[in-house]
Design a protein around this ligand. Structure first.
Ligand code: PMP
Length: 779
């Protein structure tokens, strides 16, 4: 093994060094010798006051090592430019190094580097915050070096703690207690670490983020990383182990203070289980290496090798606490972030939780007579607190499936990196907007990011009022467009009794004729046109004028009535004369649910002025958008200095991009079409056997099942409610919708497959059979 540490420092006096500086770099100034163990370093202050580091490498460092360090610095500078590492200053001839021969005849490579300010920290001064930051910096540097390679990194160096087994041949240099404990460390290493280390993440690592090599500010926060002389290709976790050993050595609280360092590291690069399991052994190995190396060197260089008291103290602490105990303690530090999160949720029984919910959240509706207490989701399934599995045939928000790993990864990674607002340049919001616009037609060229469907519609409403100068709206009779002051007025579904905003006119939706007449019969269309004309006339007669017509093209709240293409075409055409904007609310129907492209309105061929998106956009991460044209939006944005703090935040956009990627890669639009068609066929079969089904309507992966009284064929909301509750007990989640709330709403994640569709149909058949002949209360 090469011990490059054995070679003494090069010797260049100030006069010679100044001559090298002048000759090679064209600089002159004041030189100050700095402490250096292996290299000779001068701080240079040039005549203009700029500071540099003039480094004469140890003569033992060959060209390949110098070249590797130089390449690593420029790689880090490219990958993570804000990491505080030196930059290499090229010489007059453009070369990043030169060689110089000292008076003792030894030749050194010489480099000029930018100077890093800061000071070395004292052993005890670093508090939780500083250590957390130190751990983070170790992880960041590891990430910055992840894609770096250089052949010199393959050299074996004795400071690679992955090679601790090789210490065994030198254990004779340590005696007494030190010998016993270091032997135990090596034995443990061979038993616990050696068998797994080759399977761990490995790359080029800095390998020496000790107090000697890291500069801090007054508060102990890292502001400089120096000395890349121990860089090697090794297991990634060794970087953290070295830092823990060399930063916390000699403290009385070393074992506790490892926790913030691990926490900080974990925020950037979560440790894998196996890495966490061996972390303490690696820390011990680092301490043992220091003891063995210095003890063996003491024999050849007695003057320069002092006993590493700190490392010995650290090892003694570990030994006193028990190696196994410290190993599981450190592993616990690595995993506790995850458990800490789950511990923030108290565990109460379902009944206790329901009562507590009621007392703090009041009459907020909860689904099902016996509410379900969910703890986990996975794809098309959600799981209850007692392990019950439910097929989720209801939720459209997790459009690509609950907890889709791609979306989870995007959110977690982006959260670790940066989360900020759209006032700064960032790829994520721009790329997401570009992708959304690529998917839209008809000159839509502006995206405004917000946080919810309500907010999207609220902003769309403000834009419509601003652009048209009018203040009235047309919506369908039982529409839902949001929760805000403005959008609740556009949402007759939620109007309290007697509430009827003057500026809103209701348009009866298409007559529900089922899928057999998707255009709802020609007789309907003149009527829809006439009705909208009347609405528009009334609005202008009462001084409001029509600012916008908001339409959910799937009529989800109106009872799931799409596709009703001709109705939509004629209503839109009739509305155009008013000068108002046509807003397609794609919050429910968008993102591929209809199986004919991402946006449901496109099926009708009608070109909206505005589209609003929400619910599925981040697969559960809050993000929503208004898509419109620049000629409509720009003057509004300028006049109001439009901005939403969280709208378009970096993490939300990362989620949004991941969703679009998964929708595309997994072919979910065509899945919605084919599995959706299969589901509707299966539901038709069930309907053929049950009088209680009036109609099966639907479009792509969206189905509405009209539940009626057997004889009167009138809407039967109680029966619909009973069926939804029974289906829940049978492991299938559906909801209800429509003005009579008698329509079973089936709106699953788009990753539904045929077997899922079969389960819905079979369980529905079962629930309806059980219910057959029961008289439901009319109400
Ligand atoms: N528009 C439609 C068609 C909706 O279905 C909803 C939500 N159900 C909204 C708007 C409002 O979205 P959010 O709840 O995210 O505010």
């Amino acid at each position: 093994m090469i011990d490059r540490l054995e070679a003494p420092c090069p010797v260049f006096d100030i006069t010679t060094a100044s001559a090298v500086l002048e000759g090679a770099f064209g600089l002159s100034g004041e030189l100050l010798a700095l402490h250096g163990e292996r290299d000779l370093n001068y701080r240079v202050t040039d005549d203009g006051g700029r500071r540099f580091l003039l480094k004469f490498h140890n003569p033992a460092d060959g060209l390949d090592v110098v070249e590797m360090q130089t390449a690593a610095l420029s790689h880090i500078g490219r990958v993570d430019p804000t990491l505080p590492v030196c930059k290499v200053v090229p010489g007059r001839d453009g070369a990043p190094w030169l060689s110089a021969t000292a008076s003792d005849g030894r030749t050194s490579y010489v480099r000029l580097l930018t100077f890093l300010d800061g000071r070395h920290s004292q052993r005890e001064e670093l508090d939780d915050r500083a250590l957390f930051g130190w751990g983070q910096t170790v992880a960041r540097l590891g990430r910055a070096l992840r894609g770096f390679f250089h052949p010199a990194a393959a050299y074996e160096i004795q400071w690679d703690i992955g090679r601790t087994s090789a210490l065994r041949s030198r254990l004779s240099h340590v005696s007494g207690r030190v010998g016993e404990v270091t032997t135990e460390v090596v034995d443990r290493f061979d038993a616990r670490v050696r068998p797994v280390i080759a399977s761990l993440r490995a790359q080029v690592i800095h390998n020496d983020m000790s107090r000697e090599n890291v500069l801090v500010d007054e508060g102990g926060m890292v502001i400089g990383i120096t000395d890349f002389g121990d860089m090697t290709h090794a297991a990634l976790v060794c970087d953290l182990a070295v830092a823990i050993a060399d930063v916390l050595d000699g403290r009385t609280d070393s074992l506790e203070m490892a926790a913030p360092m691990v926490d900080g590291y974990n925020t950037m690069t979560p440790l894998e289980d196996e890495e966490a399991r061996i972390l303490a052994d690696l820390v011990a190995a680092r301490c043992a290496t220091a003891l063995v190396v210095t003890s063996s060197r003491k024999e050849s260089h007695p003057a320069t090798s002092s006993f590493p008291e700190g490392a010995w103290q650290f090892l003694q602490l570990i030994e006193a606490a028990g190696f196994d105990q410290v190993a599981s303690r450190f592993a616990g530090y690595a995993t506790r972030q995850a458990s800490r999160h789950s511990l923030t949720h108290r565990t109460r029984t379902t009944a206790e939780l329901l009562a507590a919910r009621k007392s703090v959240l009041g009459p907020l509706t909860v689904s099902y007579d016996e509410p379900i207490h969910l703890v986990r989701g996975d794809g098309v399934f959600v799981f209850g607190s007692h392990g019950q599995q439910y097929l989720d045939a209801y939720n459209n928000v997790p459009v690509v499936g609950h907890c889709h790993p791609e979306v989870v990864r995007a959110v977690v990674e982006q959260t670790r990196q940066l989360n900020t607002n759209t006032r700064y340049l960032h790829e994520a919001s721009v790329e997401l907007a570009e992708r959304l616009l690529q998917s839209a037609s008809g000159g839509l060229d502006r995206v405004l990011f917000v946080n919810s469907g309500s907010e999207a519609n609220d902003v769309a409403w403000r834009i419509a009022r601003f652009a048209t100068g009018q203040s009235g709206a047309v919506v369908t009779s039982y529409a839902y467009h949001g929760v805000t002051e403005a959008t609740s007025s556009l949402s007759p579904e939620g109007w309290p009794p007697g509430f009827s905003p003057m500026h809103v006119r209701l348009l009866p939706p298409p007559f529900p004729t089922g899928r057999s007449e998707p255009d709802n019969g020609t007789a309907q269309h003149p009527q829809s046109a006439r009705e909208i004309e009347t609405a528009v006339e009334e609005l202008s007669g009462s001084g409001f004028g029509a600012a916008a017509f908001f339409l959910d093209p799937a009529f989800t709240s109106d009872g799931i009535l799409g596709p009703s293409n001709r109705w939509v075409q004629q209503a839109e055409a009739a509305f155009r004369a008013s000068g108002g904007l046509f807003v397609a609310d794609e919050v429910q129907a968008g993102y591929g649910r209809t199986g004919e492209g991402l946006w449901s309105i496109a099926t009708s061929g009608v070109q909206p002025d505005v589209m609003t998106l929400g619910k599925p956009m981040g697969n559960g991460f809050p993000i929503a958008a208004v898509i419109t044209r620049s000629d409509i939006a720009d003057s509004f944005m300028e006049a109001t200095d439009y901005f939403s703090t969280f709208g378009g935040n970096t993490v939300a956009c990362a989620a949004g991009l991941a969703v679009l990627r998964v929708v595309e890669e997994e072919g979910l639009v065509s899945n919605a079409r084919t599995v959706g068609a299969y589901l509707l066929r299966r539901l038709d079969e069930v309907a053929a056997c049950h009088d209680s089904i009036g109609q099966v309507r639907g479009w792509g992966m969206l189905a509405g099942i009209d539940i009626v009284h057997d004889e009167s064929r009138q809407a039967d909301r109680h029966r619909a409610d009973a069926i939804a509750n029974r289906l829940k007990e049978l492991g299938v989640l559906v909801g209800t919708t429509g003005p009579e709330n008698n329509v079973l709403k089936i709106r699953p994640p788009l990753v539904f497959d045929q077997s899922n569709a079969d389960l819905v149909a079979d369980r529905l058949d079962m629930a309806l059979s059980e219910n057959r002949g029961r008289t439901s209360k009319t109400g």
